[in-house]
Design a protein around this ligand. Structure first.
Ligand code: COA
Length: 432
Protein backbone atom coordinates (compact mmCIF):
# COMPACT_ATOMS: atom_id res chain seq x y z
CA UNK A 1 0.00 0.00 0.00
CA UNK A 2 1.38 3.49 -0.85
CA UNK A 3 1.92 5.87 2.05
CA UNK A 4 -0.87 8.04 0.62
CA UNK A 5 -3.36 5.18 0.86
CA UNK A 6 -2.10 4.38 4.34
CA UNK A 7 -2.57 8.03 5.35
CA UNK A 8 -6.20 7.98 4.11
CA UNK A 9 -6.89 4.71 5.90
CA UNK A 10 -5.62 6.08 9.21
CA UNK A 11 -7.54 9.37 9.02
CA UNK A 12 -10.26 9.76 11.64
CA UNK A 13 -12.07 12.40 13.69
CA UNK A 14 -10.53 13.75 16.86
CA UNK A 15 -13.25 12.12 18.94
CA UNK A 16 -12.55 8.75 17.35
CA UNK A 17 -8.79 9.19 17.80
CA UNK A 18 -9.05 9.82 21.55
CA UNK A 19 -11.52 6.94 21.93
CA UNK A 20 -8.49 4.65 21.53
CA UNK A 21 -7.23 5.80 24.95
CA UNK A 22 -8.31 3.26 27.60
CA UNK A 23 -8.84 3.62 31.34
CA UNK A 24 -5.56 3.06 33.19
CA UNK A 25 -3.43 4.06 30.17
CA UNK A 26 -0.38 6.28 30.46
CA UNK A 27 -0.65 9.03 27.84
CA UNK A 28 2.48 10.99 26.94
CA UNK A 29 1.82 14.34 25.27
CA UNK A 30 4.04 16.61 23.14
CA UNK A 31 4.65 19.73 25.22
CA UNK A 32 5.21 23.49 25.16
CA UNK A 33 3.97 25.37 22.07
CA UNK A 34 3.89 22.09 20.14
CA UNK A 35 1.15 20.72 22.41
CA UNK A 36 -1.80 19.20 20.48
CA UNK A 37 -4.18 21.13 22.73
CA UNK A 38 -7.33 20.64 20.60
CA UNK A 39 -6.91 16.87 21.00
CA UNK A 40 -6.48 17.24 24.78
CA UNK A 41 -9.62 19.37 24.92
CA UNK A 42 -11.62 16.66 23.11
CA UNK A 43 -10.19 14.04 25.48
CA UNK A 44 -11.34 16.14 28.46
CA UNK A 45 -14.81 16.70 26.90
CA UNK A 46 -15.12 12.91 26.82
CA UNK A 47 -13.78 12.45 30.37
CA UNK A 48 -16.73 10.26 31.38
CA UNK A 49 -15.33 7.37 29.33
CA UNK A 50 -11.98 7.29 31.21
CA UNK A 51 -10.84 6.36 34.70
CA UNK A 52 -7.38 6.87 36.06
CA UNK A 53 -5.60 7.91 32.86
CA UNK A 54 -2.09 9.21 33.59
CA UNK A 55 -1.11 12.29 31.57
CA UNK A 56 2.67 12.83 31.31
CA UNK A 57 4.41 15.88 29.83
CA UNK A 58 6.71 18.79 30.55
CA UNK A 59 5.62 22.41 29.91
CA UNK A 60 1.80 22.78 29.63
CA UNK A 61 0.75 25.66 27.40
CA UNK A 62 -2.83 24.75 26.52
CA UNK A 63 -4.71 25.17 29.81
CA UNK A 64 -4.31 21.61 31.21
CA UNK A 65 -8.04 21.11 31.86
CA UNK A 66 -7.36 17.51 32.96
CA UNK A 67 -5.79 19.06 36.08
CA UNK A 68 -9.10 20.61 37.24
CA UNK A 69 -10.43 19.21 40.56
CA UNK A 70 -13.54 17.74 38.87
CA UNK A 71 -11.26 15.65 36.59
CA UNK A 72 -9.60 13.85 39.52
CA UNK A 73 -11.37 10.52 38.96
CA UNK A 74 -10.62 10.52 35.24
CA UNK A 75 -7.08 11.89 34.89
CA UNK A 76 -3.96 12.16 37.01
CA UNK A 77 -1.15 14.40 35.80
CA UNK A 78 2.47 13.31 36.22
CA UNK A 79 4.47 16.46 35.61
CA UNK A 80 8.08 16.52 34.49
CA UNK A 81 8.09 20.34 34.71
CA UNK A 82 5.40 22.10 36.74
CA UNK A 83 3.91 25.31 35.29
CA UNK A 84 1.13 27.84 35.84
CA UNK A 85 -1.73 25.53 34.84
CA UNK A 86 -0.43 22.36 36.55
CA UNK A 87 1.04 23.81 39.79
CA UNK A 88 -2.20 23.71 41.79
CA UNK A 89 -2.93 20.03 41.00
CA UNK A 90 0.57 19.03 42.17
CA UNK A 91 0.33 21.28 45.24
CA UNK A 92 -3.07 19.82 46.22
CA UNK A 93 -1.91 16.21 45.80
CA UNK A 94 -4.12 15.61 42.74
CA UNK A 95 -1.03 15.41 40.53
CA UNK A 96 2.57 14.22 40.78
CA UNK A 97 5.95 15.65 39.97
CA UNK A 98 8.83 13.48 38.76
CA UNK A 99 12.27 15.12 39.13
CA UNK A 100 14.24 14.37 35.96
CA UNK A 101 16.93 16.06 33.89
CA UNK A 102 15.50 16.97 30.50
CA UNK A 103 18.32 14.99 28.83
CA UNK A 104 17.08 11.88 30.66
CA UNK A 105 13.38 12.14 29.78
CA UNK A 106 13.78 9.77 26.78
CA UNK A 107 15.38 7.21 29.11
CA UNK A 108 12.62 7.74 31.67
CA UNK A 109 10.04 6.97 28.96
CA UNK A 110 11.96 3.93 27.70
CA UNK A 111 12.55 2.39 31.11
CA UNK A 112 9.99 3.62 33.63
CA UNK A 113 7.09 5.69 32.26
CA UNK A 114 6.53 3.54 29.21
CA UNK A 115 3.83 5.31 27.08
CA UNK A 116 0.72 3.34 26.18
CA UNK A 117 -0.38 6.27 24.02
CA UNK A 118 1.52 9.21 22.51
CA UNK A 119 -0.42 12.30 21.43
CA UNK A 120 1.65 14.41 19.07
CA UNK A 121 1.40 17.36 16.70
CA UNK A 122 3.06 17.11 13.29
CA UNK A 123 3.49 18.92 9.98
CA UNK A 124 1.76 17.44 6.90
CA UNK A 125 3.77 14.69 5.13
CA UNK A 126 6.28 15.58 2.39
CA UNK A 127 6.31 13.79 -0.97
CA UNK A 128 8.08 10.80 0.66
CA UNK A 129 5.50 10.46 3.44
CA UNK A 130 7.58 11.99 6.23
CA UNK A 131 5.95 14.35 8.74
CA UNK A 132 8.10 16.70 10.81
CA UNK A 133 7.86 16.87 14.61
CA UNK A 134 7.86 20.64 14.09
CA UNK A 135 8.66 22.81 17.10
CA UNK A 136 8.90 20.02 19.76
CA UNK A 137 11.24 17.18 18.85
CA UNK A 138 12.72 16.82 22.37
CA UNK A 139 11.11 13.73 23.95
CA UNK A 140 8.39 13.27 21.30
CA UNK A 141 10.65 11.46 18.84
CA UNK A 142 12.09 9.09 21.48
CA UNK A 143 8.54 8.50 22.83
CA UNK A 144 7.28 7.67 19.31
CA UNK A 145 9.97 4.97 19.11
CA UNK A 146 8.53 3.09 22.11
CA UNK A 147 4.82 4.01 22.47
CA UNK A 148 2.20 1.28 21.95
CA UNK A 149 -0.11 3.66 20.08
CA UNK A 150 0.82 6.85 18.17
CA UNK A 151 -1.94 9.37 17.56
CA UNK A 152 -0.98 12.43 15.49
CA UNK A 153 -2.67 15.74 14.85
CA UNK A 154 -1.51 16.87 11.41
CA UNK A 155 -1.54 20.64 11.08
CA UNK A 156 -0.50 22.65 8.05
CA UNK A 157 0.49 25.51 10.41
CA UNK A 158 3.15 23.32 12.03
CA UNK A 159 6.53 24.26 10.54
CA UNK A 160 8.50 21.55 8.81
CA UNK A 161 11.72 21.67 10.80
CA UNK A 162 14.98 20.11 9.70
CA UNK A 163 17.32 17.80 11.60
CA UNK A 164 16.48 14.48 13.25
CA UNK A 165 12.88 15.62 13.15
CA UNK A 166 10.84 13.24 11.02
CA UNK A 167 8.43 10.33 11.34
CA UNK A 168 6.97 8.35 8.47
CA UNK A 169 3.19 8.02 8.01
CA UNK A 170 3.59 4.22 8.23
CA UNK A 171 4.65 4.61 11.90
CA UNK A 172 1.44 6.45 12.88
CA UNK A 173 -1.63 4.55 14.12
CA UNK A 174 -4.33 7.24 13.91
CA UNK A 175 -4.25 10.58 12.11
CA UNK A 176 -6.43 13.64 12.69
CA UNK A 177 -6.23 16.64 10.37
CA UNK A 178 -6.79 19.88 12.28
CA UNK A 179 -5.31 23.20 11.14
CA UNK A 180 -5.58 25.32 14.30
CA UNK A 181 -3.02 28.10 14.89
CA UNK A 182 0.08 26.87 16.72
CA UNK A 183 0.31 28.11 20.33
CA UNK A 184 2.38 31.31 20.48
CA UNK A 185 4.48 32.80 23.25
CA UNK A 186 4.63 36.59 22.96
CA UNK A 187 7.94 38.34 23.71
CA UNK A 188 7.96 39.53 27.35
CA UNK A 189 8.11 43.18 28.47
CA UNK A 190 11.67 43.85 29.58
CA UNK A 191 12.11 45.97 32.72
CA UNK A 192 15.07 48.20 33.60
CA UNK A 193 16.28 45.56 36.09
CA UNK A 194 16.24 42.85 33.40
CA UNK A 195 18.00 45.19 30.95
CA UNK A 196 20.80 45.71 33.52
CA UNK A 197 21.04 41.93 34.09
CA UNK A 198 21.24 41.46 30.31
CA UNK A 199 24.14 43.91 30.08
CA UNK A 200 26.01 42.22 32.93
CA UNK A 201 25.57 38.80 31.28
CA UNK A 202 26.67 40.19 27.91
CA UNK A 203 29.93 41.36 29.55
CA UNK A 204 30.80 37.65 29.96
CA UNK A 205 30.05 36.75 26.31
CA UNK A 206 32.86 36.92 23.74
CA UNK A 207 32.80 37.01 19.94
CA UNK A 208 32.57 33.46 18.56
CA UNK A 209 30.86 31.99 21.66
CA UNK A 210 28.07 29.41 21.41
CA UNK A 211 25.04 30.20 23.57
CA UNK A 212 22.38 28.34 25.51
CA UNK A 213 19.57 30.56 26.70
CA UNK A 214 16.54 29.71 28.82
CA UNK A 215 13.10 31.19 28.43
CA UNK A 216 11.69 34.55 29.54
CA UNK A 217 12.59 38.18 30.05
CA UNK A 218 16.19 37.65 31.19
CA UNK A 219 17.33 35.63 28.14
CA UNK A 220 15.55 38.16 25.91
CA UNK A 221 17.32 41.02 27.72
CA UNK A 222 20.66 39.23 27.23
CA UNK A 223 20.00 38.94 23.49
CA UNK A 224 19.23 42.68 23.30
CA UNK A 225 22.68 43.36 24.78
CA UNK A 226 24.52 41.18 22.26
CA UNK A 227 23.94 43.33 19.17
CA UNK A 228 27.60 44.39 18.99
CA UNK A 229 29.02 40.84 19.19
CA UNK A 230 30.20 38.84 16.20
CA UNK A 231 29.81 35.26 15.01
CA UNK A 232 27.78 33.91 17.90
CA UNK A 233 26.39 30.39 17.69
CA UNK A 234 23.41 28.54 19.20
CA UNK A 235 23.36 25.14 20.89
CA UNK A 236 20.36 25.46 23.17
CA UNK A 237 17.49 23.46 24.59
CA UNK A 238 15.10 26.10 23.21
CA UNK A 239 15.02 29.56 21.74
CA UNK A 240 12.50 32.24 20.96
CA UNK A 241 11.98 35.24 18.64
CA UNK A 242 15.02 37.12 20.06
CA UNK A 243 17.34 34.74 18.21
CA UNK A 244 15.71 35.60 14.86
CA UNK A 245 16.57 39.29 15.41
CA UNK A 246 20.23 38.42 15.95
CA UNK A 247 20.35 36.10 12.92
CA UNK A 248 18.86 38.87 10.77
CA UNK A 249 21.36 41.37 12.21
CA UNK A 250 24.23 39.05 11.21
CA UNK A 251 25.31 38.54 14.85
CA UNK A 252 24.40 34.84 15.02
CA UNK A 253 26.24 33.08 12.20
CA UNK A 254 27.22 29.76 13.88
CA UNK A 255 30.49 30.17 11.95
CA UNK A 256 32.83 29.42 14.88
CA UNK A 257 30.96 26.43 16.30
CA UNK A 258 33.09 23.35 16.89
CA UNK A 259 30.06 21.00 16.73
CA UNK A 260 27.78 21.29 13.69
CA UNK A 261 29.21 24.61 12.43
CA UNK A 262 26.76 26.71 10.45
CA UNK A 263 23.76 25.27 12.30
CA UNK A 264 21.68 26.45 15.26
CA UNK A 265 21.04 23.29 17.28
CA UNK A 266 17.90 23.13 19.40
CA UNK A 267 15.35 20.65 20.75
CA UNK A 268 12.17 22.78 21.08
CA UNK A 269 10.98 26.25 20.17
CA UNK A 270 8.55 28.70 21.75
CA UNK A 271 7.70 32.01 20.15
CA UNK A 272 5.43 33.77 17.70
CA UNK A 273 4.45 32.95 14.13
CA UNK A 274 7.53 34.92 13.04
CA UNK A 275 9.77 32.32 14.70
CA UNK A 276 7.76 29.44 13.25
CA UNK A 277 8.02 30.92 9.73
CA UNK A 278 11.77 31.40 10.22
CA UNK A 279 12.39 27.73 11.12
CA UNK A 280 10.08 26.29 8.45
CA UNK A 281 12.16 24.33 5.90
CA UNK A 282 15.27 26.13 7.18
CA UNK A 283 18.36 23.88 7.07
CA UNK A 284 20.28 26.34 9.29
CA UNK A 285 18.15 25.19 12.24
CA UNK A 286 18.71 21.59 13.33
CA UNK A 287 16.00 20.23 15.60
CA UNK A 288 17.30 17.16 17.43
CA UNK A 289 15.99 14.91 20.25
CA UNK A 290 16.76 16.10 23.77
CA UNK A 291 19.03 13.16 24.66
CA UNK A 292 21.36 14.54 21.99
CA UNK A 293 21.00 18.32 22.43
CA UNK A 294 21.04 18.31 26.26
CA UNK A 295 23.56 15.50 26.76
CA UNK A 296 26.41 17.23 28.70
CA UNK A 297 28.99 15.22 26.70
CA UNK A 298 27.50 16.56 23.44
CA UNK A 299 27.17 20.11 24.79
CA UNK A 300 30.85 19.99 25.78
CA UNK A 301 31.88 19.35 22.18
CA UNK A 302 31.09 23.02 21.65
CA UNK A 303 34.12 25.05 22.70
CA UNK A 304 33.27 28.42 24.30
CA UNK A 305 29.79 27.28 25.35
CA UNK A 306 28.05 29.88 27.51
CA UNK A 307 24.94 28.72 29.37
CA UNK A 308 22.58 31.35 30.79
CA UNK A 309 19.76 30.26 33.12
CA UNK A 310 17.70 31.74 35.90
CA UNK A 311 16.91 30.80 39.47
CA UNK A 312 14.77 31.51 42.53
CA UNK A 313 17.36 31.71 45.33
CA UNK A 314 21.12 31.50 45.87
CA UNK A 315 22.57 31.01 49.35
CA UNK A 316 25.89 32.39 50.55
CA UNK A 317 27.62 29.09 49.68
CA UNK A 318 26.46 29.37 46.05
CA UNK A 319 23.77 26.66 46.23
CA UNK A 320 21.18 27.45 43.55
CA UNK A 321 17.43 26.83 43.95
CA UNK A 322 15.66 27.10 40.59
CA UNK A 323 12.46 25.10 40.76
CA UNK A 324 10.84 25.50 44.18
CA UNK A 325 9.83 28.21 46.62
CA UNK A 326 10.26 26.39 49.92
CA UNK A 327 8.32 23.14 49.61
CA UNK A 328 6.23 24.50 46.72
CA UNK A 329 7.29 23.03 43.37
CA UNK A 330 6.99 25.90 40.86
CA UNK A 331 8.81 24.47 37.83
CA UNK A 332 11.46 21.81 37.23
CA UNK A 333 15.14 21.40 36.49
CA UNK A 334 14.50 21.38 32.73
CA UNK A 335 17.85 21.60 30.99
CA UNK A 336 19.53 23.80 33.56
CA UNK A 337 21.90 21.22 35.05
CA UNK A 338 22.47 19.51 31.68
CA UNK A 339 23.82 22.81 30.33
CA UNK A 340 25.67 23.82 33.49
CA UNK A 341 27.54 20.51 33.35
CA UNK A 342 28.10 20.75 29.59
CA UNK A 343 29.39 24.34 29.89
CA UNK A 344 31.74 23.33 32.71
CA UNK A 345 33.16 20.58 30.50
CA UNK A 346 33.43 22.82 27.42
CA UNK A 347 36.83 24.30 26.55
CA UNK A 348 36.62 27.95 27.69
CA UNK A 349 32.97 27.32 28.66
CA UNK A 350 31.14 29.57 31.11
CA UNK A 351 27.95 29.02 33.10
CA UNK A 352 25.83 31.94 34.25
CA UNK A 353 22.91 32.07 36.72
CA UNK A 354 21.13 35.35 36.09
CA UNK A 355 18.37 36.68 38.35
CA UNK A 356 16.94 39.92 39.72
CA UNK A 357 18.37 40.57 43.20
CA UNK A 358 14.87 40.60 44.75
CA UNK A 359 11.50 38.87 44.32
CA UNK A 360 7.88 39.64 45.29
CA UNK A 361 8.08 43.31 44.37
CA UNK A 362 11.34 43.87 46.25
CA UNK A 363 10.08 42.36 49.52
CA UNK A 364 12.54 39.43 49.59
CA UNK A 365 16.20 39.04 48.65
CA UNK A 366 17.05 36.22 46.27
CA UNK A 367 20.52 36.06 47.81
CA UNK A 368 19.97 34.54 51.25
CA UNK A 369 22.02 33.24 54.19
CA UNK A 370 20.20 29.88 54.02
CA UNK A 371 17.81 28.50 51.41
CA UNK A 372 14.15 28.23 52.46
CA UNK A 373 13.15 25.13 54.43
CA UNK A 374 11.99 22.46 51.99
CA UNK A 375 13.52 24.05 48.90
CA UNK A 376 15.51 21.77 46.56
CA UNK A 377 19.02 22.61 45.43
CA UNK A 378 18.91 22.46 41.64
CA UNK A 379 22.49 23.45 40.73
CA UNK A 380 25.02 22.54 43.39
CA UNK A 381 27.76 24.79 44.72
CA UNK A 382 30.28 22.53 42.98
CA UNK A 383 28.81 23.28 39.56
CA UNK A 384 27.88 26.97 39.85
CA UNK A 385 30.22 29.60 38.42
CA UNK A 386 28.97 33.11 37.55
CA UNK A 387 25.95 34.56 39.36
CA UNK A 388 24.61 37.77 37.83
CA UNK A 389 22.12 40.33 39.15
CA UNK A 390 21.34 43.90 38.11
CA UNK A 391 24.08 44.94 40.57
CA UNK A 392 26.95 43.00 39.02
CA UNK A 393 28.72 39.67 38.54
CA UNK A 394 29.94 37.19 41.18
CA UNK A 395 32.43 34.51 40.12
CA UNK A 396 32.16 31.55 42.49
CA UNK A 397 33.90 28.50 41.00
CA UNK A 398 37.09 27.52 42.83
CA UNK A 399 36.48 30.26 45.44
CA UNK A 400 36.39 29.69 49.21
CA UNK A 401 33.09 29.92 51.05
CA UNK A 402 34.17 33.30 52.45
CA UNK A 403 35.06 34.65 48.99
CA UNK A 404 31.76 33.38 47.58
CA UNK A 405 29.72 35.00 50.33
CA UNK A 406 31.56 38.31 49.94
CA UNK A 407 31.02 38.39 46.16
CA UNK A 408 27.36 37.43 46.45
CA UNK A 409 26.70 40.15 49.05
CA UNK A 410 28.31 42.66 46.67
CA UNK A 411 25.66 41.89 44.02
CA UNK A 412 22.69 41.66 46.45
CA UNK A 413 20.15 44.48 46.59
CA UNK A 414 21.51 47.36 48.76
CA UNK A 415 18.45 47.10 51.08
CA UNK A 416 19.46 43.56 52.06
CA UNK A 417 23.24 43.98 52.24
CA UNK A 418 23.40 45.06 55.94
CA UNK A 419 21.58 41.90 57.16
CA UNK A 420 23.67 39.69 54.84
CA UNK A 421 26.88 41.35 56.14
CA UNK A 422 25.75 40.68 59.72
CA UNK A 423 25.27 37.01 58.82
CA UNK A 424 28.68 36.96 57.06
CA UNK A 425 30.45 38.31 60.16
CA UNK A 426 28.71 35.79 62.44
CA UNK A 427 29.42 32.86 60.15
CA UNK A 428 33.01 33.60 59.17
CA UNK A 429 34.05 35.23 62.47
CA UNK A 430 35.63 38.08 60.54
CA UNK A 431 34.84 41.62 59.37
CA UNK A 432 33.19 41.95 55.93
N1 COA B 1 11.20 33.92 47.20
C1 COA B 1 9.87 33.83 47.11
N2 COA B 1 9.20 33.73 45.93
C2 COA B 1 9.93 33.75 44.81
C3 COA B 1 11.33 33.85 44.82
C4 COA B 1 11.96 33.95 46.09
N3 COA B 1 13.29 34.03 46.17
N4 COA B 1 11.78 33.85 43.56
C5 COA B 1 10.72 33.72 42.75
N5 COA B 1 9.60 33.67 43.52
C6 COA B 1 8.23 33.53 43.05
C7 COA B 1 7.80 34.72 42.20
O1 COA B 1 7.27 35.74 43.02
C8 COA B 1 6.74 34.07 41.32
O2 COA B 1 5.55 33.86 42.08
P1 COA B 1 4.10 34.08 41.40
O3 COA B 1 4.06 33.12 40.23
O4 COA B 1 3.17 33.72 42.51
O5 COA B 1 4.11 35.52 40.99
C9 COA B 1 7.30 32.68 41.05
O6 COA B 1 8.19 32.41 42.14
C10 COA B 1 8.08 32.57 39.74
O7 COA B 1 9.09 33.54 39.74
P2 COA B 1 9.44 34.43 38.46
O8 COA B 1 10.57 35.29 38.85
O9 COA B 1 8.22 35.08 37.91
O10 COA B 1 9.86 33.28 37.47
P3 COA B 1 10.45 33.33 36.02
O11 COA B 1 9.34 33.17 35.04
O12 COA B 1 11.40 34.47 35.81
O13 COA B 1 11.28 31.97 36.03
C11 COA B 1 12.55 30.32 37.19
C12 COA B 1 12.34 31.81 36.93
C13 COA B 1 13.79 30.16 38.02
C14 COA B 1 11.34 29.73 37.90
C15 COA B 1 12.75 29.63 35.79
O14 COA B 1 13.84 30.21 35.15
C16 COA B 1 12.98 28.13 35.93
O15 COA B 1 12.04 27.39 36.03
N6 COA B 1 14.26 27.68 35.91
C17 COA B 1 14.60 26.27 36.04
C18 COA B 1 14.56 25.56 34.71
C19 COA B 1 15.61 26.03 33.74
O16 COA B 1 16.52 26.76 34.06
N7 COA B 1 15.53 25.55 32.50
C20 COA B 1 16.57 25.78 31.53
C21 COA B 1 16.27 26.48 30.32
S1 COA B 1 14.63 26.45 29.62
Amino acid sequence: MSWKDEYKRKLCSMKEAVSHIKSGDRVVVTHACGEPSAMLDVMVENAARYENVEIVHMVAMGGAKYCLPEMEKHFRHNSLFVGGSTRKAVEEGRGDFTPVYFSEVPNLLRTTLYPNVLLMHLSPPDEHGFCSYGISVDYTKPAAEVADLRIAQINKNMPRTMGDSFIHVSKLDHIVEHDAPIIELQPPQISEVERAIGKNCASLVRDGDTLQLGIGAIPDAVLLSLKDKQDLGIHSEMFSDGVVDLVEAGVITNRCKTLLPGKSVVTFLMGTRRLYDYVHDNPEVQMMPVDFVNNPAVIAQNDNLVSINSCVQVDLFGQVVSESVGLRQISGVGGQVDFVRGANLSKNGRTIMAMPSTAQGGKVSKIVPLIDTGASVTTSRYDVNYVVTEHGVAQLKFRTLRERARQLIDIAHPDFRPSLIEEFEKRFKSKF
